[in-house]
Design a binder for this molecule. Structure first.
Ligand SMILES: Nc1ncnc2c1ncn2[C@@H]1O[C@H](COP(=O)(O)OP(=O)(O)OP(=O)(O)O)[C@@H](O)[C@H]1O
Length: 653
């Protein structure tokens, strides 16, 4: 088809769209183009039958536009050159326009200068939608989103051979600053041939935007975070410029997306605090070291609950020595408590609170699922407190029979009841005198005993069974439960007044699968076990570590401890591999293999793996990192018979 004919057809198509636009159903990508065509006709009064020549502004006007974004152009230069070096050989040129669509920087192949200039792919070209009609730059400015304007997407018939891809660059306040565009004179017909161009342009637009952000806020501390620990320092997506009080002065586009609160009208609170954006305190932010090997800390996003890893970028201008960072970073070091976690936001908060309250006599309520280390934490607080030389007495309220719990706790005098020791017995509460009483599973304490316990807490004295003279006791009480005490109070099985008396402060322990420092806990638990049992050193190989990190650990640290004890006992050569782990830890990884959908016509993943490995069960076992008997058990579970016995592979119904 000649160019003239193609242009005429395009003009007809646009005119017909103008007449019937309300009845035309467009796909989402086309909708954007459709909206732009409508703007061109209804708002700008452009006439599709009157194609327009490219407009290049005068040198003087160009200079004015360049001057207005001078600082930005300096920052963008290296990013722009790098992008161009990647695309030049593919026939693209690169344009950087200001927010009005005037091309303030341009990189293209000099050999095609004439053609490129004629097409408007040139320095000073005006790509505003109002002048050029639908085009990548102009429509990107209007829609404030990245897009490809491919061939006949263009409004003006003179542009229907071009393919142009643009992405917006926003300033730290979220206003459009510039548009990055890559364009080519010719391209394949299919629009999806430009998918890669779109990704690349968006990537570079983001890098330039972030470089400009860092330049603008070079005198501020930057809190940089990312969902991936490994990427924080190389390419942390979320940037926040903060002041000494942790207030957000500005954020990049990704950062602003974390500041949106659900339910608000796209509203971002002016200068929100990082301490409300993330579940943390100011000291958590300022204790991230600038100049340390491990500069990263984990934070939990308040709205979504997602974990982000953060580093601080030091201002290029030195802060005064008395800065808040220096003052707040000096977090007290308490070895007994610091040993319980590496870097997890919930643990950090819990341990921070535990440190501050360790020498206060307020009651502590420790909450967490079974096996999360509630007793371990209680023991560590006791060991770090001024009561550490006196006893730590742990009572499991669920384990003592109801008939004995009263005498166990309060003790009894001689002859108090049949079967009692003749000399009587000091109760557990009295044994904890001067030290700490830890009431585990407090939710299981019988109701009438709760009343007596309340008296002990309120009056500091106990009445042993069978005695009428109270005995003074001074012990700190910590209680723990995995139950919802609020619900037990509502049901009438737990006393609200006891709850308030016990709960001077609540310390929460996250489940193991939620902890950002899982790897540290795994190594720590193994090290403890080896030391405790006097065993030779054992290391965990990467395949086993991946499986341990991927597992959900319903029994938390207790289950992990058991799994590592098993692995340590079965491993060879001082190395735990995935084959040494108990099967339960691999179950979830292979759940899809074991629990193939019986109703599905598709071959199960296990059957596929067997066929792929020519029914060599040893190889399939290696592939899944399990033993051969396990593979045979899975086959039996799924009713798969070995090909050897069937002539051909078959899944039984
Ligand atoms: N930080 C830790 N490092 C090493 N081992 C730990 C740690 N925390 C807990 N453990 C181990 O996990 C197991 C369970 O700990 P603990 O009894 O304190 O949990 P719990 O939350 O009180 O459990 P439950 O609710 O079932 O009473 C113990 O064997 C303990 O040694």
């Amino acid at each position: 088809m000649t160019t003239q004919l193609a242009q005429q057809r395009h003009i007809d198509a646009i005119l017909s769209y103008a007449d019937n636009s309300s009845s035309v159903n467009l796909s989402p990508g086309d909708e954007l183009i459709g909206r732009s065509w409508k703007r061109c006709i209804d708002e700008y009064g452009l006439d599709p039958s009157q194609p327009r020549r490219a407009r290049i502004v005068t040198q003087q006007t160009l200079r004015e536009h360049q001057d207005s974004v001078d600082e930005f152009l300096n920052v963008a230069r290296s990013g722009v050159e790098q992008l161009y070096s990647n695309i030049a050989k593919l026939g693209y040129v690169l344009l950087l326009t200001d927010h009005r669509g005037i091309t303030v920087q341009y990189l293209g192949d000099r050999r095609h200068d004439q053609r490129l200039r004629k097409a408007g792919l040139y320095l000073g070209a005006d790509w505003s939608e109002q002048y050029a009609g639908t085009c990548a730059v102009g429509t990107c400015i209007q829609e404030q989103q990245a897009l490809t304007c491919h061939r006949v997407d263009h409004f003006d018939a003179t542009h229907i051979n071009l393919t142009c891809t643009s992405a917006p660059i926003l300033d730290p306040m979220g206003n459009l600053l510039a548009v990055l565009d890559i364009s080519a004179l010719d391209s394949p017909n299919a629009r999806n041939s430009q998918t890669f161009a779109l990704h690349l342009t968006q990537l570079y637009a983001r890098m330039i935007e972030d470089a400009y952000f860092l330049r603008r806020y070079r005198k501020q501390v930057i809190f940089r975070c990312d969902a991936s620990r490994e990427f924080v320092q190389v390419n942390g997506q979320y940037l926040f410029a903060i002041d000494e009080e942790g207030r957000v002065e500005a954020a990049n586009t990704a950062g602003r997306s974390l500041m949106l609160s659900p339910g608000s009208d796209n509203g971002i609170e002016p200068r929100p605090d990082l301490t409300s954006l993330f579940e943390c305190e100011l000291r958590d932010i300022w204790s991230i070291p600038y100049d340390h090997d491990d500069q990263i800390k984990a934070f939990r996003h308040s709205t979504s609950g997602r974990t982000f890893f953060a580093a601080l970028i030091q201002p290029r201008v030195r802060l005064p020595a008395t800065s808040t960072k220096a003052a707040l970073a000096a977090e007290e070091h308490v070895p007994q408590l610091d040993a319980l976690a590496a870097d997890d936001p919930v643990m950090r908060r819990t341990l921070g609170l535990a440190k501050r309250l360790r020498n206060k006599d307020v009651g502590l309520l420790i909450l967490g699922e079974t096996g999360t280390g509630k007793e371990v934490l209680a023991r560590a607080i006791h060991a770090a407190s001024h009561r550490s030389r006196r006893a730590f007495v742990a009572v499991n309220c669920a384990a003592i029979p109801e008939s004995l719990i009263e005498s166990e706790l309060f003790g009894y005098v001689s002859g108090a009841f049949t079967g009692a020791r003749t000399r009587g017995m000091r109760g557990l509460i009295q044994q904890a005198d001067g030290g700490t009483l830890f009431l585990d599973e407090i939710g299981d304490m019988p109701f009438q005993l709760q009343t007596r316990l309340l008296r002990v807490l309120a009056e500091g004295e106990i009445l042993p069974v069978g005695s009428d003279s109270p005995v003074k006791v001074n012990c700190r009480v910590m209680a723990a439960t995995h139950q919802d005490l609020g619900q037990l109070i509502e049901q009438g099985s737990f006393r609200a007044d006891l709850y308030y008396r016990l709960n001077g402060a609540t310390l929460r322990l996250p489940s193991l699968s939620q902890r950002a420092d899982r790897q540290h806990v795994i190594k720590q638990v193994l090290a403890n076990r080896i030391e405790q049992d006097g065993l030779p050193a054992v290391r965990i190989r990467a395949d086993a570590m991946s499986a341990l990190l991927a597992y959900s650990w319903p029994g938390n640290i207790r289950q992990l401890d058991n799994a590592l004890a098993f692995a340590e006992a079965t491993c060879d050569n001082g190395e735990i591999t995935v084959n040494d782990l108990p099967e339960e830890c691999l179950c979830e990884q292979v759940l899809s293999v074991v629990e193939a959908d019986d109703d599905s016509d598709d071959a199960s993943p296990l059957l596929e793996a067997l066929m792929e490995h020519q029914w060599n069960v040893s190889e399939v076992a290696r592939f899944y990192g399990v033993s051969r008997p396990t593979i045979y058990r899975w086959m039996q579970h799924q009713g798969i018979q070995h090909a050897r016995f069937l002539g051909k592979p078959k899944k039984e119904r």
